[in-house]
Design a protein around this ligand. Structure first.
Ligand code: IPM
Ligand code: MG
Length: 358
């Protein structure tokens, strides 16, 4: 029996609710499969931990996670703690500590879900966004001086390295090659940013030579937003910098019907440290504790985790169960215009899994 050890970290807001739901569903997925077992260990790090201990996680937090095969993460962020403290103290500390440099965000319109784009039902919108996840605008380089004085100065410097750009390009080209259309769009802004983004373009062209079977094009990020809306079917795999992909992936999630559905994986492709899987929606304090958070984003995240753990069959089975449930409007949570609860959606996915005859 294959065993996978998973660190389950709900974090803040609705994070614990959706992670708990996903743990339940993943347990059923493992049982149904029969070939592997999942061991979940709970971690209570996040804003509540911060209020008690003055930090988001223990000083040796990253090391404590190192032995796990994967991390299932909920959300981070609280109204009473500055966002940059919660973010850098936990999520980014883990992403950067484990060099999870590839952030992968699939976007599709699932059965039963309505895209705000007219005429888009399914295959016209099937994207895989690859976000550079270790440097660029999120490098953390910059500073602030003379606070409060008229001469106050502040800077956030976007840092790109040849090594960092090359590895994300290679990852994106390889991913594009693995998909049927073998199509990659490289997002850039080299018309205005004339140093790092120009290097980004050059490295894309260099890496492309090793992938002659991948068709690729280049798109300025502003024009890219229009193309995503006007010609969604012209896109397949997309690679962009940390900040550009952050913005584009929210647009993608909205075009696919709800941010409550979108999953993401922070991948360490070399597998020398655990990768981290999370829904993209965030902590959503307006609905925390109401039992109506959409768990589908975390379930889909679970699919990505199973794929990464080398359980493609169980992953595919779970995805089919999710799609069976989204197809039924009676099982839509309020973010999708329905009235279903987190519990009802979770129970329905578990039932679909248990009843799967493949
Ligand atoms: C995301 C989120 C984060 C990001 C926030 C919470 C800082 O928007 O994962 O897309 O910008 O990276
Ligand atoms: Mg974002």
């Amino acid at each position: 029996m294959r065993r996978h050890r998973v660190a389950a970290m709900g974090g803040d807001g609705i994070g614990p609710e959706v992670v708990q739901a996903a743990v339940e569903v993943l347990r059923v997925a493992a049982e149904r499969d029969g070939g592997f077992a999942l061991q979940f260990d709970d971690f209570d790090w996040g804003s509540a931990y911060y209020r008690q201990h003055g930090r988001m996680m223990p000083a040796d937090g990253v090391d404590r996670l190192r032995g796990y095969d994967a991390i299932l993460f909920g959300a981070v962020g609280a109204p009473d703690i500055p966002d940059h403290v919660t973010l850098w103290g936990l999520r980014l500390a883990i992403c950067q500590g484990f060099d999870q440099y590839a952030n992968v965000r699939p976007t599709r319109v699932l059965p039963g879900i309505t895209s705000p784009l007219r005429h888009v039902a399914g295959p016209e919108l099937d994207w895989l966004i690859v976000r550079e996840n270790s440097e660029g605008e999120y490098a953390g380089v910059g500073g602030r001086a003379h606070q409060g004085l008229p001469i106050e100065v502040a800077s956030d410097v976007s840092v790109m390295t040849r090594a960092g750009v090359t590895r994300i390009m290679r990852y994106a080209f390889a991913l594009a090659r693995s998909r049927p259309r073998k199509l990659l769009t490289v997002v850039t802004k080299s018309n205005a940013q004339r140093h790092a983004m120009v290097m980004w373009d050059e490295i894309a062209a260099e890496v492309a030579r090793d992938f002659p079977d991948v068709t690729w094009d280049k798109m300025l990020v502003d024009a890219m937003t229009m193309r995503m809306v006007a010609k969604p079917a012209s896109l397949d795999t997309i690679v962009a910098t940390n900040l550009h992909a952050d913005i584009l992936s929210d647009l993608a999630a909205a075009l696919a019907g709800s941010v409550g559905i979108a999953p993401t994986a922070n991948i360490n492709p070399e597998r020398d440290a655990p990768s981290m899987f999370e829904p993209i929606h965030g902590s959503a304090f307006d609905i925390t504790g109401k039992g109506i958070a959409n768990p589908v984003g975390t379930f889909w995240t679970g699919v990505m985790m199973l794929e990464h753990l080398g359980e493609p069959q169980a992953a595919a089975r779970l995805m089919r169960a999710i799609e069976k449930v989204t197809a039924d409007p009676a099982l839509h949570t309020p973010d999708l215009g329905g009235q279903a609860t987190t519990r009802q959606v979770t129970a329905a996915v578990c039932a679909a899994l248990a009843g799967a005859n493949d």
